[in-house]
Design a protein around this ligand. Structure first.
Ligand code: NAG
Ligand code: NAG
Length: 316
């Protein structure tokens, strides 16, 4: 009897123990599966985002053919300001015309360290000079290479202004900082340079590792609920402007007539530039929350107040 009871107790514990082991290993498998599934989903969405970027860049490449060189007729920027609004030529030198932004624009941008931007800028200038110098003279504005940036998300822009108090701005910046602590630095590669119909030479980048811009923008939208619903760029886009063309190439009237397609001239410039800098690799490890006190201050060397945050995640 005693022996029976003991053996009964033994059996019960054995059942308990084996259930526990079964449960535990099932649980472990479930965890592993779901983390595999998450990893799998991550890589699927990363691929989808990369494809979306490539399609977008393909489309942008054809913008000039489709719309022509609008900038030669005083075209608009991506932020719908006309070129004659933002540049003036004085004594043969191009100068930006700074206009106060009221309220200031508040932009979140990824910042490209000068370790990367200066070499790109130099190679770019050489390439542009190589083909442009005789024709363009000074009708070109180069982006300050200390301020190469990728526009991510606006807390306020000039189309939909969202005024904010100093305290609200501080709170926004604190929330953005908390986001940046979870973002991983991005390894990126210059997919191609395009010339838009508005005359901007844009670097279009692909992401090889790190947090995807789509996700960065989502996170920023979450913590900046008052931000304009309509943002300025496609969520997948990762672009930085290198230079802006401001006018006609100085072709003589005969040359212009001889060249049935003036766009050919611009195509050659872009090809030349791509040959020089396409495939350039860089790393992005900072996000800036920038108050711009002048319109397009980051592009035109206007007044800015940047708050600089490191992307804090270390495992890629
Ligand atoms: C830039 O280069 C310097 C000197 O080589 C290096 O110490 C620094 O970490 C680099 N910064 C980035 C962001 O790569
Ligand atoms: C370029 O930007 C840097 C950093 O903001 C600034 O110090 C410099 O004066 C700017 N260059 C010009 C020509 O404005």
């Amino acid at each position: 009897m005693a022996r029976n009871r003991w053996s009964h107790g033994y059996t019960v514990s054995l059942i308990w123990l084996s259930s526990f082991i079964l449960f535990y290993s099932g649980f472990q498998m479930a965890i592993q599966n779901s983390s595999k599934r998450i990893q799998f989903m991550d890589s699927v969405s990363t691929n989808l985002n990369s494809e979306r970027r490539s399609r977008l860049y393909d489309k942008m490449e054809h913008d000039l053919e489709e719309h022509g060189a609008v900038f030669l007729q005083g075209g608009e920027t991506s932020q719908s300001l006309s070129l004659s609004d933002i540049f003036a030529v004085k004594d043969g030198i191009v100068k930006p015309v700074l206009k106060a932004a009221n309220p200031p624009v508040r932009a979140n941008v990824l910042y490209l360290n000068t370790n990367f931007s200066i070499p790109i800028s130099q190679a770019g200038r050489q390439a542009v000079k190589g083909i442009f110098q005789p024709y363009f003279d000074r009708a070109i504005w180069f982006q300050n290479s200390s301020l190469y940036h990728f526009s991510m998300f606006h807390a306020s822009h000039h189309i939909v202004a969202v005024p904010a108090t100093e305290d609200e701005i501080e709170a926004d910046a604190t929330a953005v900082k908390a986001v940046t602590e979870t973002l991983c630095p991005l390894k990126i590669v210059l997919h191609r340079v395009v010339l838009t119909s508005t005359g901007v030479l844009l670097g279009c980048w692909q992401v090889t590792s790190g947090t995807d811009p789509v996700y960065i923008r989502e996170r920023l939208r979450n913590v900046l609920p008052n931000a304009p619903e309509k943002q300025l760029y496609d969520p997948a886009m990762l672009h930085t402007s290198f230079a802006r063309l401001l006018g006609h190439p100085k072709l003589s009237v005969e040359e212009l007539h001889k060249q049935p397609n003036q766009l050919q001239f611009f195509h050659e410039l872009v090809i030349h530039l791509n040959n020089k800098i396409r495939g350039f690799e860089a790393e992005v490890s900072e996000l800036w929350y920038v108050e711009e006190f002048d319109m397009l201050a980051l592009a035109l060397n206007g007044r800015i107040k940047p708050r600089k945050f490191h992307l804090g995640c270390s495992n890629n």
